[in-house]
Design a protein around this ligand. Structure first.
Ligand code: BDR
Ligand code: CA
Length: 310
């Protein structure tokens, strides 16, 4: 099975991504690293443990990481995810402790210890931890198999400003480091995540599992649907972060282009924009597989089938 580390700021959609990974025997989750994003670090670190316990996996090491972006003050998104970051259902306080040590040290030590090219990183929050690890230990870059991340937007443009997607906007300097790292990148932008919408039927399929996990996932998706439907006027809410894990399980559900993507860090209106050369009009070197389309039915079939195992 494939070794992965999930770097996350849960977040309901992060929670679903973690559950999908833990439900999948093809993936070996070496650890979960938390970062400040949707809510402050203390809450994302708490939420990650709640999700592990919900999945019956209190053995997964959870490491707390960076409390704030590299150079900017933290911007959070309680208006989307609620005060706890996981609003929608009340779950018990976690009994499992955080594992001692900093998330960045765990990332560096694991990548140095495991065979080169055997560990994949799945960042689904701001890229602060990953960038800090790459900056502190440049030797890890060639050892990373791949970084499969949720972030950015191109045709669908922004969800936090007209030009920027939340994860990249919160820490564009960190994103800049990751996109320039030379590590193979697969990027799930809003263009694809806005195609996997939580319709009524899909939420009822989660609830219909008749399990605690199915009930929690239905309650979470119901919660942020209220916000997203008002904002986008669409049939349901985008389930962003699980796209990364679904890609690892079934890459054929997704299509995209290997292109150059630069991160805007200085724009007056465009800070945090992923400037994606979709039409290859520049001579800049391709650095990312930028995903543009997904088989949404196949995605929800996979997700529901896997969640049934928890
Ligand atoms: C991203 O921002 C967060 O609110 C979600 O968890 C997702 O990672 C979407 O822009
Ligand atoms: Ca997230």
């Amino acid at each position: 099975s494939r070794k992965i580390i999930i770097d996350t700021d849960p977040g309901q959609d992060d929670a679903v991504a973690i559950l999908l990974a833990l439900a999948s025997p093809e993936l070996d989750v070496l650890g979960i690293t938390t970062v400040a994003g949707n809510v402050p670090l203390s809450l994302t670190s708490r939420n990650a443990r709640i999700v592990c316990e919900l999945a019956g996996r209190p053995d997964i090491p959870v490491y707390a990481g960076c409390e704030a972006p590299l150079v900017r003050p933290l911007v959070t998104a309680e208006y989307v995810h609620g005060k706890s970051g996981l609003d929608g259902i009340v779950l018990p306080d976690p009994k499992m402790a955080l594992t001692d040590g900093h998330a960045v040290d765990f990332l560096i030590e694991t990548l140095r210890k495991e065979a080169p090219g055997s560990v994949t990183l799945c960042p689904i929050g701001p890229l602060t931890n990953i960038a800090t690890a790459l900056r502190q230990a440049p030797d890890i870059a060639p050892r990373i198999a791949e970084i499969v991340l949720m972030g950015g937007a191109y045709f669908e443009v922004g969800n936090v400003t007209p030009a920027a997607e939340f994860n990249i906007y919160v820490d564009p300097e960190a994103a800049g480091i990751v996109f320039k790292s030379g590590v193979p990148l697969v990027v799930m932008p809003l263009d694809v995540t806005h195609k996997v919408l939580t319709t009524r039927a899909r939420v009822e399929a989660f609830r219909g599992l008749g399990t605690q996990v199915g009930h929690a996932v239905a309650s979470w998706t119901d919660f942020f649907e209220r916000y997203d439907m008002a904002k986008y006027g669409s049939e349901g809410a985008p389930l962003h972060d699980p796209c990364t894990i679904a890609y690892l399980l079934k890459p054929n559900l997704f299509t995209g282009r290997h292109i150059n993507v630069e991160i805007e860090t200085e724009g007056r209106f465009t800070t945090g924009m992923t400037v994606a050369d979709w039409w290859r009009v520049s001579n800049r070197e391709a650095n990312a597989m930028f995903i543009g389309d997904v088989d949404a039915e196949g995605f929800y079939a996979l997700l529901t089938e896997r969640l049934a195992h928890l």
